[in-house]
Design a protein. Structure first.
Length: 154
């Protein structure tokens, strides 16, 4: 029960952090050109993503929202077998839930997800813009892969 409470508190804090960052991006970056943080490598930019990862499934707001709800429900239902025990697993659980909820909130209330972290190599290579919720999901996936190396099967 203690872990569930800690997970809930962690998720709420990270979802709020994601929401504040997106609001700041919308307020400060929407009407301007990208803001170079590290010229030729990293900018802050405002992007309305009406799809999902790398802009796939454009305009499919409700199917993507439904998928997020189903994925979240499945993860909560199977949480012990998906995440297991340990601190790294608990952090992965918090990050994954927060990432899913953060982008779900945008999809449901805005109809799109705000992305604002823009990495590139000069003008030659450009990684798709993303946000904190996407970062939470990616780091959670990395932690889950790391945890899987510690699992022993018979």
């Amino acid at each position: 029960m203690k872990r569930l409470l800690l997970v809930f508190v962690g998720v709420v804090h990270l979802v709020l952090l994601d929401a504040v960052a997106k609001e700041l991006a919308a307020g400060c970056l929407k009407a301007s050109a990208p803001f170079p943080v590290i010229p030729g490598f990293f900018d802050l930019a405002y992007v309305e993503n009406r799809g999902c990862a790398w802009g796939m499934f454009q305009g499919q707001v409700w199917p993507l929202a439904a998928f997020a709800v189903l994925a979240l429900a499945f993860l909560v239902w199977k949480r012990k077998s998906v995440f297991g025990e340990g601190r790294v697993a608990a952090v992965a659980e918090v990050l994954l839930y927060a990432g899913i909820v953060g982008n779900l909130v945008d999809r449901v209330f805005r109809g799109y997800v705000i992305d604002f972290l823009d990495f590139h190599w000069k003008s030659a290579y450009h990684f798709p813009c993303f946000n904190l919720a996407d970062t939470f999901i990616t780091v959670a996936a990395g932690f889950l892969i790391l945890c899987s190396f510690g699992k022993r099967t018979s």
